[in-house]
Design a protein around this ligand. Structure first.
Ligand SMILES: [Zn+2]
Ligand SMILES: [Zn+2]
Length: 310
């Protein structure tokens, strides 16, 4: 659930409003954790929606008494929100941070909140772009997305060990990775390394490793089909290149363009090209469907894992 902070007016995940005691939710605050960490007092702000939510959830509301008029709230907000960044970009930055474990392991919530508060108050300025990776750089966070400091020889060894086969889908793969990006460590033993294709690597990079693995384990039939498609398209492409080259050579030898034998070959090649196109399009369909399966399950997982609604 996303709630709006009464101080900075940004919308963010409800966990930013939690008032915890020994990891037990005791109440909700009128302002977000970023503003709170920046020294803003929750008692100075009312927040009718969060007030209602806290009533429904049966927990305490930490904020200003509800009888204040809206004008006063707006006045107070002005003092805080002096950022030149578009609200949307700030919100994007926060929600992307919330879902990116790799970034969280490198920037603590406290440091992140501190930086966000400076952006919100205008104390620090960056021309945000809405692109998470770029924006992190712009605000001075240098993330190492490839904590994989393996040397060339080790990579080659891993590729050979796995026979250049993606360990997730079975197609050709050459991307050497640590199994779990979250627990990235200095553990470069073969047991902690694996090989994947560019496609699996990209999908996997966007979601928690365990989720990717368990979803992928359910795709044995589809993955087997992908392997078949890959092999078939490769073989057909090779055959097609051979045919096309043969036609070029023959055309050159005969030195005529309009020749019955050449025309027959052209006709054959055209049919072959059509078959290859149709195969490629089916292959692409399957790949897109598989990608969507991961994406929608990741979305679903994010929603269901917010155990309580607030
Ligand atoms: Zn705030
Ligand atoms: Zn793969």
């Amino acid at each position: 659930m996303r709630l709006r902070c009464a101080s900075c007016e940004l919308r963010m995940d409800s966990r930013y409003f939690h008032v915890d005691e020994k990891n037990n939710l005791t109440g909700l605050s009128s302002i977000c954790a970023i503003c709170k960490q920046g020294g803003v007092a929750e008692q100075d702000y009312s927040n009718p929606i969060i007030f209602d939510v806290s009533k429904i959830a049966g927990c305490e509301f930490f904020g200003k008494n509800m009888k204040n008029n809206q004008k006063e709230v707006a006045e107070a907000n002005k003092v805080i929100f002096a950022s030149k960044c578009p609200t949307k970009y700030l919100e994007n930055l926060i929600s992307s941070y919330d879902t990116n474990e790799l970034v969280q392991t490198q920037i603590s919530q406290e440091i992140f909140n501190q930086k966000m508060f400076m952006l919100i108050t205008g104390e620090s300025f960056a021309k945000l772009t809405g692109d998470f990776k770029k924006d992190l750089e712009l605000i001075g966070f240098h993330i190492n997305y490839d904590l994989n400091d393996l040397d060339f020889i080790s990579r080659e060894m891993v590729r050979r060990e796995f026979n250049h086969v993606c360990q997730y889908c079975g197609r050709e793969g050459n991307s050497v990775d640590h199994m779990n990006p979250v627990s990235l460590s200095a553990d470069n033993s073969i047991g902690n390394l694996t090989l994947s294709c560019a496609e699996c690597n990209e999908i996997k990079g966007n979601m928690p490793y365990n989720l990717f693995k368990s979803l992928n384990d359910k795709l044995t039939t589809i993955n087997a089909q992908l392997v078949e498609y890959e092999q078939l398209t490769k073989a057909m492409q090779a055959e097609f290149t051979k045919r096309r080259n043969l036609l070029i050579v023959k055309t050159h030898l005969k030195n005529v363009v309009n020749d019955p034998e050449l025309n027959a070959i052209r006709k054959e090649n055209k049919k072959f090209q059509d078959a290859l196109d149709s195969l490629n399009s089916d292959y692409l369909d399957l790949r897109n469907t598989r990608r969507k399966y991961f994406e929608s399950n990741f979305k679903l997982d994010k929603l269901t894992n917010r155990e309580s609604l607030i």
